[in-house]
Design a protein around this ligand. Sequence first.
Ligand SMILES: Nc1ncnc2c1ncn2[C@@H]1O[C@H](COP(=O)(O)OP(=O)(O)OP(=O)(O)O)[C@@H](O)[C@H]1O
Ligand SMILES: [Mg+2]
Length: 171
Amino acid sequence: MAALRLHLPDEAATARLGASLARSLAPNLDSNAPAHEHGLHIQLQGELGAGKTSLVRALLRALGVTGHIKSPTYTLVEPYAISGICLYHFDFYRFTSDQDWLEAGLREHFEGHAICLVEWPDKAGDLLPRADLVIRLGITSSGRDAILEAHSNAGAACLAAVAATVSGDSY
Ligand SMILES: Nc1ncnc2c1ncn2[C@@H]1O[C@H](COP(=O)(O)OP(=O)(O)OP(=O)(O)O)[C@@H](O)[C@H]1O
Ligand SMILES: [Mg+2]
């Protein structure tokens, strides 16, 4: 499937990518449009401090979320309602067992029309469904590298919209 590689020299570049991702979701957030039919599942991979939360914060800001945006490190999930669309920001770093998953009812979040943004998806093992879009962030000596990979048609549409707003390797 399609992929896009970007260099993010500083945090402002990470923020621009977050805003670009937000715009790629915008058709789903248009209040005149029907709710996104199948939801959207975006996974964020990368080591501690790679910029996963920074990227999600920038995306949420661009969608109009104001006030403090908490990292869901301890709560596993932070919910947002934006123009009638549900968006869930997950962080599975401290996720431990299948039991937690069932008790929290988290699976349901992935079965509806919501947009799910997931940090540390690997910690949830096989419990998560396939992602539409996977974003891999890597720390480099000059900032961060980002690789975006589409794994579905919905993810490819999102990727194409992002690609249209960025140019080449350096962003
Ligand atoms: N492109 C960039 N270049 C340099 N620094 C960046 C860049 N983007 C973000 N940062 C910085 O990197 C750090 C990223 O922290 P953040 O909490 O977003 O990481 P994370 O991947 O969510 O980590 P965790 O796995 O602990 O949740 C922040 O201090 C941010 O300022
Ligand atoms: Mg984080």
